[in-house]
Design a protein around this ligand. Structure first.
Ligand SMILES: *[C@@H]1O[C@H](CO)[C@@H](O)[C@H](O)[C@H]1NC(C)=O
Ligand SMILES: *[C@@H]1O[C@H](CO)[C@@H](O)[C@H](O)[C@H]1NC(C)=O
Ligand SMILES: *[C@@H]1O[C@H](CO)[C@@H](O)[C@H](O)[C@H]1NC(C)=O
Length: 337
């Protein structure tokens, strides 16, 4: 655009700038107010937060005021002309019951925005109570002894209740619940050697009879131990099994000693396919296996296996489970072949 007269040019420039500013966050007379003004409160630690107001140039500062339900009068907090977009509420314990309203505005030089007010805030109603801290769990065969700490400092007049929900960690989870006001308590009547899980939440009951339920703790799981009775039972069982094993071994050794000569006689093993198997493989119509089957059925209970023997080397040791007193005849090779 051609521009010959300097004054007009300047005017045009100002107009342009004015338009730009008006379309931006701030106007010459007005600043946009903070948005998303919210009080976040967790375990009675409360903080007011808002979104920053963006301008082209300069540093936007913020001022926060409060008033209580009792005195309808705005007062300064410790957050006057601050650059941060949050303001901590200084009262955490004493004034938990007060109804408080906060307001915040943006400021840029002498230009200020409108105030933005919060909803009425009562800490003991609006705060989020976190899960209690589980300090220790002592496991026994039929109970869990649990020690917890309250997530926030209690005040006189508070009544805290711990809601404990617990369940067996199986597929069909039927939860049970118990309430207690002690920080050390027992979950009773549990099955032994069973995995149990529990979660705990705090309920705050205030003197004005308002109830605030806190968040649940993450589940913790513990396996109950073995009871004394079961342990004794197991001990006896183990003892009996041990005795049985020892006597079996003794009997085995006795048998071994008794027939040890026969075994020695029949144990010079040339490793080869017994000749009747060879014959059977050549001519399966031969009734060798039948005889073998019958023979195996005769005495299945002794597994001294005599594979073969040296004497008369061509047809002996055919039985896979020859009983010791049969071995004489097996060795001679007369019965099976
Ligand atoms: C304001 O905050 C400052 C620092 O954060 C602190 O030293 C001061 O005591 C506070 N004043 C009030 C009245 O809370
Ligand atoms: C506090 O809780 C009340 C009732 O639940 C709700 O109406 C109010 O908006 C909450 N206040 C704040 C600041 O969130
Ligand atoms: C509890 O059981 C669920 C499935 O039934 C399984 O995924 C989970 O690992 C178990 N918890 C523990 C601690 O063993």
């Amino acid at each position: 655009m051609p521009c010959r007269v300097p004054r007009l040019c300047l005017l045009r420039l100002f107009l342009l700038l004015g338009l730009l500013r008006a379309s931006g966050a701030e106007s010459s007379s007005h600043l946009l107010a903070p948005k998303d003004v919210m009080i976040y409160s967790y375990n009675f630690h409360s903080v007011l937060r808002w979104s920053p107001v963006k301008v082209d140039r300069g540093l936007v500062l913020y001022t926060v005021h409060f008033k209580t339900g009792a005195f309808n009068h705005w007062d300064e907090m410790n957050c006057t002309r601050i650059a941060q977009t949050e303001c901590r509420l200084p009262w955490s314990l004493k004034e938990r019951r007060w109804t408080v309203v906060l307001r915040v505005r943006a400021e840029l030089g002498h230009v200020t925005s409108d105030w933005v007010e919060t909803d009425p805030f009562v800490a003991e109603r609006n705060t989020t109570i976190g899960p209690p801290k589980v300090n220790s769990v002592i496991v026994s065969s039929d109970s869990l002894l649990i020690s917890v700490t309250s997530p926030f400092g209690s005040e006189a007049g508070d009544f805290l209740q711990y809601h404990v929900s617990y369940w067996e960690n199986t597929t069909s989870t039927t939860k049970k619940e118990t309430k207690t006001s002690n920080t050390l308590f027992k979950i009773r009547n549990l099955k032994e050697l069973t995995l149990y899980c529990f979660r705990i939440q705090v309920e705050l009951i205030t003197y004005s009879d308002f109830q605030l339920l806190g968040l649940q703790s993450v589940p913790e799981c513990y396996r109950t131990t073995m009871s004394e009775a079961t342990r004794a039972g197991y001990s006896i069982l183990v003892l009996l099994l041990g005795l049985l094993f020892v006597s079996l071994v003794a009997v085995g050794l006795l048998l071994l000693w008794k027939y040890h000569k026969t075994i020695k006689y029949c144990s010079q093993p040339p490793l080869e396919i017994p000749s009747h198997f060879e014959e059977y493989l050549k001519d399966p119509s031969m009734p060798v296996l039948e005889g073998l089957d019958n023979y195996a059925e005769d005495d299945p209970h002794d597994s001294l296996s005599v594979v073969s023997c040296g004497e008369g080397s061509q047809a002996c040791g055919s039985s896979l489970d020859g009983r010791a007193h049969h071995s004489q005849s097996i060795c001679s090779g007369s019965e099976v072949t």
